[in-house]
Design a binder for this molecule. Structure first.
Ligand code: NDP
Length: 338
């Protein structure tokens, strides 16, 4: 059995996360028992939710235990199997964690899923046709529920969730406006992701300036906000929201490293009779099949082809993860492990 390199959570962050919170170790992979499958990971997914798991505070999920392999989505291939449903060479997606190999119980529901790479690249099963894509689908379809012609705004627009959101909202006939950090990301949003407009929040550092930029990009106001960031960006969009508008609260990345996130004008919720709903995608398994189907079709049709930022080698994962929390990634952040 192969030697397996792993990254463990060694200690919890005090404020900002740092590379010293992680530890790289090598272990021997155990022999397979009946029903088990050995998977060699090709890609590891890095996602903002991992930052929350590094803390010990109360949340929707249990904290990542110290001294254990960091949680994470993976895609790879079966290299050895003692389960009749899985054969060597099968391409699979699972939650293998920050390591090069995983031993998976093939009988555990949802632990390992075979995927078809004929029309969808393997890595996309961690992004556009994976958890982030379904996240965009759930918030848009089930919470914002836009009508054709309505305006939908999304923050962290060029990331894994935002890029899928753009394709899904365009497919429903919406005007889609992104908010992203920097001119290069905004040009990519409009030229490659299909956004109708994109606002560079780094150019608008006050509430008044940002809100003016939202007004210009959304001449008919905002009917749906898919919120990934929180803070000033969210406050600015809220000032431009229409009566009976909807906010899907998906993420608050501006606060993940501990910065306080106040809401400037909560009275707008009442004045505009707004619906605001948070959600966690893993709590809605009932929509995954329908959502993945639509997302896979959009990719196969060339209507959703987001970029990826790929770090090379397991040892690069901590730096790449910290970069994701600071917006250094351009599209879905992955680590290539082979
Ligand atoms: P991204 O690929 O979008 O990467 C994160 C992006 O967030 C960065 O590229 C950066 O973009 C932006 N960002 C980082 N820090 C800040 C900051 N301080 N202020 C403003 N923007 C910042 O990640 P995902 O697409 O995977 O995730 C997007 C959001 O969705 C996250 O908030 C995540 O937690 C949430 N999420 C929620 C789920 C749920 O079930 N509710 C499931 C999956 C994701 P830029 O350079 O443009 O600022």
């Amino acid at each position: 059995m192969p030697t397996n390199r792993q990254i463990l959570l060694d200690n919890r962050p005090q404020g900002e996360a740092t590379v010293s919170n992680f530890k790289l170790v090598s272990v021997q992979t155990p022999d397979l028992q009946d029903g088990q499958v050995l998977v060699r990971h090709h890609y590891l997914s890095l996602d903002p939710y991992m930052r929350g798991r590094m803390n010990e505070s109360k949340s929707y999920a249990a904290p990542q235990p110290l001294g254990e392999v960091m949680i994470g989505g993976t895609v790879g291939e079966v290299v050895e199997s003692r389960h009749p449903k899985f054969q060597p060479g099968d391409r699979v997606v699972g939650m293998g964690g920050w390591q090069e190999y995983s031993v998976v119980n093939g009988n555990e529901p949802g632990a390992l899923r075979k995927v078809d790479t004929t029309h969808v690249p393997l890595s996309y099963y961690l992004g556009a046709v994976g958890m982030p894509g379904v996240t965009a689908w759930y918030g848009l379809v089930k919470i914002i529920a836009p009508k054709a012609g309505e305006t939908v705004v999304v923050s962290a627009a060029t990331g894994a969730v935002g890029s899928a959101l753009a394709a899904l909202a365009k497919a429903r006939g919406c005007r889609v406006v992104g908010i992203a950090g920097g001119a290069e990301k905004c040009a990519y949003a409009v030229n490659e992701l299909g956004f109708d407009a994109c606002i560079d929040y780094k150019q608008h550092t006050t509430l008044a300036a940002m809100s003016k930029a939202v007004k210009e990009a959304c001449p008919n106001g905002v009917d749906g906000l898919f919120e990934n960031v929180g803070g000033l960006v969210m406050d600015a969009v809220m000032l431009r929201m229409n009566a009976f508008s909807r906010i899907a609260v998906c993420g608050m990345i501006a606060g993940y490293d501990g910065a306080p996130l106040a809401m400037a004008n909560p009275a707008l919720i009442l004045v505009n009779r707004m619906k605001i709903q948070g959600f966690i995608v893993s709590e809605h398994p009932e929509v995954w099949g329908e959502a993945l189907n639509e997302l896979g079709t959009l990719v196969a049709q060339g209507k959703l082809h987001p970029r990826e930022t790929v770090a090379q080698g397991l040892e690069a994962a901590p730096e790449a993860f910290l970069g994701l929390l600071k917006g250094k990634n351009f599209g879905k952040q992955l680590v290539k492990l082979i």
